[in-house]
Design a binder for this molecule. Structure first.
Ligand SMILES: [Cu+2]
Length: 163
């Protein structure tokens, strides 16, 4: 009958256990749908252009303005598309891009009505020159706009040449 002598401690243990478990139990209810797999995969180095961008999610998607876009290493948008949504999967044609590193940004609405967004980084190493993007290397940092203007302004100040 030792258990009957310790009701206080048992109750305290139950409380502590409950307090520890509560946050863990609350998580699944708050979690949105997620990206399960993608083509290209995160961090993937592709030696061939895949035929399609494929984004697979944990649950069905709503066909509510889904969007994908690809940015190159200079953060220039080189591709934008409205993917086709079918159940848990969104697909879009894969563009003919030059070799380089890219970010694929996606935005879809999951079945619970929440818009979810994410980004997948990948690298193309096909040895081919693409048609959509001309550069395979990131652009050098842009010149401040003042420099070009200054040069243009200095031209009329030059003394006229002798004829
Ligand atoms: Cu959600």
């Amino acid at each position: 009958m030792t258990a009957l002598r310790l009701p206080g401690r048992a109750a305290l243990l139950a409380l502590v256990a409950g307090a520890l478990l509560a946050p863990a139990l609350a998580l699944p209810a708050q979690a949105h749908e997620q990206l399960v797999s993608s083509v290209p995969a995160e961090g993937e180095v592709l030696s061939e252009l895949p035929p399609q961008i494929v984004l697979e999610f944990t649950n069905a998607l709503l066909d509510a303005t889904p969007a994908v876009l690809i940015r190159d290493a200079a953060d220039t948008t080189v591709y934008e598309a409205t993917p086709t949504v079918s159940d848990r999967v969104a697909t879009a044609p894969f563009p003919a891009l030059s070799d380089g590193t890219y970010h694929l940004n996606w935005s879809v609405v999951s079945a619970d009505g929440h818009r979810i967004e994410g980004s997948v980084s990948f690298e193309l190493a096909t040895g081919l020159a693409g048609t959509t993007a001309q550069r395979s290397r990131p652009l050098p940092p842009r010149r401040p706009p003042g420099r070009a203007r200054r040069r243009r302004r200095s031209t009329p100040r030059r003394p006229p040449r002798r004829r």
